[in-house]
Design a binder for this molecule. Sequence first.
Ligand code: NDP
Length: 444
Amino acid sequence: MDYIDSVLKGVEERNPGQPEFMQAVTEVLETLRPVLVKHSEFKHAKILERITEPERQIMFRVAWQDDSGEVHVNRGYRVEFNSAIGPYKGGLRFHPSVNLSIIKFLGFEQIFKNSLTTLPIGGGKGGSDFDPKGKSNNEVMRFCQSFMTELYRHIGDDTDVPAGDIGVGGREVGYLFGQYKRITNRFEGVLTGKSINWGGSLVRTEATGYGLVYLVNEMLKGAKKNIDGMTCVVSGSGNVAIYAVEKATQLGAKCVAMSDSSGYIYDPDGIKLDTVKQLKEVERKRIKEYVAVHPSAKYVEGCSGIWTIPCQIALPCATQNELNAESAATLIKNGVVAVAEGANMPTTPDGADLFVKAGVLFGPGKAANAGGVATSGLEMQQNDMRMQWSFDEVDHRLKNIMKGIYTNISESAKEFGFENNFIAGANIAGFLKVANSMMDQGLF
Ligand code: NDP
């Protein structure tokens, strides 16, 4: 058993029953072998053992009352994973599937993603098994207030700056911020994803989807290919998916499919995004309603079938492990050129392996969806300066950050013998900055 295997064994023994966390740790550590050969000082300082153990894990009870007066109890989480390069930063996820393993996998990924943005932000993640779906605004507000009544003592603009994720959008961030301000009497940039009227950044809503497509564009340019005219399939119809479709369409691609957790729509003439925005952002309806407006489109029940639609660009933007080896093989057979992860860890490890082996340009989530947190970092900068940049200013910075990420991951992959393997490149580039910072700061 080599050193990396023995670290993985130790992590598994200390974290039983946490498959998502183990999957994320294994995926990163497996690509770090050549780094450890070159940097034996990391082994001596037990950087791998330390980086896989969160600095702090907070779990708490969240009791709240529904509109009929009935009391409910949920569990809240905040995992403050690594602060070597800046205050902890990462979203809050409200979804019934949330557990410690999921929050730790997301927090672990966030360390390297945040490092890749070049901004001074550490890694963290949090959330709750609360399901905002089907709840009234007042119920969501009471839940958020109860959640923040515990969380506020652990966060702050120089300590830990949460943001949104699945189930936490502008409405939830507003209620959370309001309660933080009420308790602390401080108006500070403690949360990102805020509304434009009270400290939010322009482009934050679009940032993850736009950034994803900027990275795809760079990968394609690096391979002397052009996004213009390519057919694109995007899973999900939430925040990331919608703005990925918007930017891909602006750059000349034709997006023909989107989905939600019930099924997918296929519109061979190109998705009419205005309809999707109306259904999802305004009316909060199911994606299948799209075919009532556009009868030439088709709705298919079930999600994974979306990957059988022939395309050159595939963008999984829904959830973890939504694209498996079978779907990857079908996409490859149908001629996919680029796959980039808008969601966190949407591709199973064997699926990702197939893409890399087939020479498909594969952008892993920690690089491809880093535009969201990068723009949150830009929101923090604007809050610190008490000012607001224009849409074009933020978009320009986002584009440059995504270009920089592409250069960084492709050069790191090459340097360590993984040419064109952007999974390895992203892991190595993200890791080196954090590991070197941990070395500088002594044992912690
Ligand atoms: P949203 O909640 O806005 O949207 C999620 C979308 O995925 C919804 O359309 C949802 O459908 C769909 N979905 C959920 N589960 C499945 C499933 N099993 N199969 C198919 N579709 C499914 O979330 P976001 O768009 O914000 O986030 C999506 C992903 O991107 C997550 O992995 C998140 O961690 C990641 N991410 C998000 C960032 C951001 O800035 N928003 C930043 C970086 C990463 P339904 O409505 O039916 O639930």
